[in-house]
Design a protein around this ligand. Structure first.
Ligand code: FAD
Length: 754
């Protein structure tokens, strides 16, 4: 659960999880500012440390070695994480714009989104070239390219546009990796041909002459063909054209050119340089907007122009954190002067690197080990976070807000200690005004003309299906929380084979300033309404109050044909049991709270929880489902037992075919279990041969409570496999047959293992 002790007074929004913001998060985690809520909006939940990318490509590191886990870091910092790409800023209304969700308000915002190679300016490049950033895309393409090389007949040709340190280092790393792979395949003579293209007359222009010579020699030795002093003027599928008319045919083209800035930064109206990078003062504050800070590649420090390099982004982390804190508390911000000379260590593919500083250059295996030590130490700083002890009660510093706001806060504090109260009518009107629930003909009185209660009609040939459920905050992005909660509640309707009709919402928002409550409610309800709308359910009313923590529940109605309702009681001997989603949300979120889950596991679990079961039930019905339920709080075993009891059968469960979410085996194996787990374990007496079952790594997951879990259904034996294929085709990738229904035996075990 997300702990909150004080009302939120100010919102600090960090855009992008770059090298500077990771340090801001670490420092705010170690020394929070009471009353400040930090939100990180990031396109990736695991951010790459670019200095180690070539080492990853070369095969010296695995994915986790080179990434900083932002889910983990945000948990440490007490920050909210919005996994989202930012598209713009409304500087007048202080809003961060993200596609597909309500804008995110800020009091102070900081931008650390890096840069993207500006290769797209070259005609044709947009469709063909793989830019090295966003790095997540590049990594996927790199994996595909390795497979392509492995299956190709004869050598392929690779072009890298850009002859700075990034382009050269990446070329050597790719060559090294492919060389090793082909050697292992016994095809050493099929190594791809590498071409490097640069408009400048030399490679590595910002490095000293000694380092350049060392690299030129290395490229020659390794047979890399360089095309220098010629700008690339056109790129089309399979070829690069240079300014002098040279055409080079290629199978893969990569862009590691000069850094370009995201266009929304300029479009927002911030002062930018000629390339679109945010002009900042020595304090890292925008020259045009003092409530905007920027650091790393996206920032251009007016008084100290420097090349775009991670080393500057790293160095800007501490002063950025300090100045954000000072600005929030109304104190004067301090200037920071970046160093002019810095050490550069560039790897050459194998465990060898070339270094330079000032006029010096050097190389060797020791240089690589030095680089490796520096890089690993950097990553470890954000992995091994200090254990923080809760000291004295946090107090809001007077500088954080005006006297009027502080007075309002003290009123809020009094409310916190006393009664829960209804949220103000005007505020609610504003929130509801922003929601767009679907309109349905059978809703006679809904939110479009609110009354004391909603009025619905039920067609004569249908029956009304009703359900209710509610939740405490499971993720700290209220928009996503709203989506998950709505999807979970809809699961009951779909499990009955019904069509979703309407929803009433009951929400509790943490006590706070009116504007903060409004934002939370807008995010929460917009997320929920999006999911309800997609399911065809109209939000027709609800109730909202203030309380200690964020919570939401829904009471839903659905419509069903009474002859086709799916019940738990329909299982017949011979049926196959089909589960539509992987299990493991309980253990994964228990691990996340203890900072023991990987960010990508949590994102995978969130994606599964947000996947609607509407299509799944249609598929199950199409293949003649005999019974159905949704797997939720009682865990797979609990819901299975409910079905067997209601149907008067027993089941033979194939534990090894039970689909599991990524990471759930690791977290449950480490004993990281949901607080509901132990209550579910009481059902183990329903399982025959528990001792044997317990030897299986999946065993603890039988008791794992699920949020927005999948559907568990009985399918006639002849159709089950085709049904699973259809589920896969509709995006339920993990759907699987997990067992067979049998006649009830003489003993008392509803569930036996294969
Ligand atoms: C192959 C290669 C090797 C390199 N090696 C080195 C090196 O050894 N040393 C060195 O100093 N420099 C190196 N660089 C340069 C270095 O990559 C950049 O200077 C550095 O990454 C910039 O850091 P940053 O913090 O500004 O942004 P980044 O590290 O790029 O981080 C930006 C973050 O913001 C997120 N983001 C981006 N856009 C959005 C958006 N719209 N909304 C939300 N989130 C967003 C991204 O997902 C990312 O997590 C290398 C570059 C390349 C290409």
């Amino acid at each position: 659960m997300i702990e909150r002790t004080l009302p939120v007074v100010k919102d600090l929004v960090l855009i992008g999880g770059g090298h500077s913001h990771v340090e801001v998060l670490r420092r705010f985690g170690m020394r929070p500012v009471p009353g400040v809520r930090v939100t990180l909006i990031t396109r990736e939940v695991q951010t790459l440390y670019s200095g180690m990318l070539p080492g990853f490509v070369a095969g010296h590191y695995d994915f986790d070695d080179v990434h900083i886990d932002l889910v983990h870091l945000c948990r440490f910092a007490g920050a909210r994480l919005y996994h989202q790409s930012v598209d713009g800023l409304d500087l007048d209304r202080r809003l961060v714009i993200c596609e597909g969700r309500p804008a995110v308000p800020y009091d102070l915002v900081s931008i650390n989104i890096g840069s993207t190679p500006s290769i797209h300016a070259v005609p044709g490049a947009m469709d063909v070239v793989v830019p090295v950033k966003p790095i997540s895309n590049f990594v996927k393409r790199w994996e595909c390219f390795r497979e392509r090389v492995a299956s190709a007949r004869g050598p392929l040709r690779v072009g890298v546009v850009g002859v700075g340190a990034g382009g050269v280092e990446l070329t050597l790393a790719m060559q090294f990796s492919l060389c090793r792979m082909l050697e292992e395949l016994g095809r050493s003579n099929e190594l791809p041909e590498f071409h490097l293209f640069g408009a400048s007359k030399t490679i590595l222009q910002t490095h000293n002459r000694g380092a350049r010579r060392r690299f030129e020699q290395m490229l020659r030795q390794r047979g890399v063909k360089t095309h220098l002093g010629q700008a690339v003027t056109a790129i089309s599928a399979g070829q690069v054209t240079c300014a002098d008319g040279t055409v080079v045919r290629l199978d893969e083209i990569l862009g590691v050119t000069q850094a370009g800035a995201a266009s929304w930064v300029r479009e927002a109206g911030l002062d930018v340089d000629d390339y679109g990078f945010v002009h900042v003062l020595d304090t890292l504050q925008s020259t045009s907007h003092p409530d905007v800070f920027a650091a790393g590649d996206i920032a251009a420090v007016v008084n100290h122009p420097r090349e775009k390099a991670g080393v500057f982004a790293v160095r800007q982390g501490p002063p950025l954190a300090d100045n954000l804190r000072r600005a929030l508390l109304g104190r004067s911000v301090r200037p920071f002067r970046p160093q002019r000379r810095f050490l550069t260590l560039v790897s050459t593919g194998g465990r060898h690197a070339i270094g330079s500083r000032g006029l010096w250059s050097f190389e060797g295996a020791l240089v690589w080990r030095w680089k490796d030590w520096i890089d690993r130490r950097f990553i470890a700083k954000y992995r091994k976070l200090p254990t923080m002890t809760t000291g004295s009660t946090p107090v809001i510093e007077p500088g954080l807000a005006s006297p009027e706001v502080l007075r309002e806060i003290s009123t809020v504090a009094m409310r916190c200690g006393g009664c829960g109260s209804k949220v103000g009518a005007k505020l609610l009107d504003r929130v509801i005004g922003q929601l767009r629930p679907v309109c349905r003909d059978d809703v006679l009185v809904g939110l479009d003309a609110p009354d004391d209660a909603a009025v619905l009609s039920v067609p004569a040939d249908k029956v009304l299906v009703r359900t209710v459920d509610s939740f405490r905050e499971i993720v700290n992005d209220p928009f996503v929380f709203g989506q998950i909660a709505a999807n979970h509640c809809l699961g009951d309707i779909f499990a009955m084979g019904a069509e979703a009709q309407t929803a009433l919402a009951i929400a509790t928002v943490p006590f706070g300033l009116e504007e903060k409550i409004e934002d939370t409610l807008v995010q929460l309800l917009t997320g929920a309404v999006g999911v309800l709308n997609e399911a065809g359910a109209s939000l027709v009313g609800g109730h909202t109050s203030e309380g200690a923590e964020l919570a939401i529940g829904f009471s839903l109605t659905g419509l069903a044909d009474p002859t086709t309702i799916l019940r738990k009681s329909g299982l017949r001997p011979g049926d196959r049991l089909v589960l539509t989603k992987g299990i493991g949300t309980g253990t994964l979120f228990a691990a996340e709270m203890r900072m023991r889950a990987k960010g990508r596991w949590i994102e995978g679990a969130i994606a599964a929880m947000c996947q609607s079961s509407r299509t799944a039930v249609a598929v199950l019905q199409r293949f003649g489902a005999t019974a159905c339920t949704d797997v939720t709080g009682f865990g797979l075993l609990g819901h299975l037992v409910e079905m067997t009891k209601a149907s008067g059968v027993q089941v033979l469960l194939n534990l090894s075919s039970v689909p599991v979410l990524d990471g759930a085996l690791e977290t449950s194996g480490a004993g990281l279990l949901s607080s509901l787990h132990s209550a579910n374990v009481r059902l183990r007496r329903a399982l025959a041969d528990v001792e044997r079952a317990a030897l299986d790594r999946r065993y603890p997951l039988l008791y794992d409570p699920q949020t927005a879990g999948g559907l568990l259904a009985g399918l006639p034996g002849d159709y089950a496999e085709r049904c699973v294929e259809a589920l896969h085709a509709d995006g339920y990738d993990r759907a699987a047959i997990i067992g067979v229904v049998e006649q009830q035996g003489a003993d008392d075990f509803p569930v036996r293992l294969v």
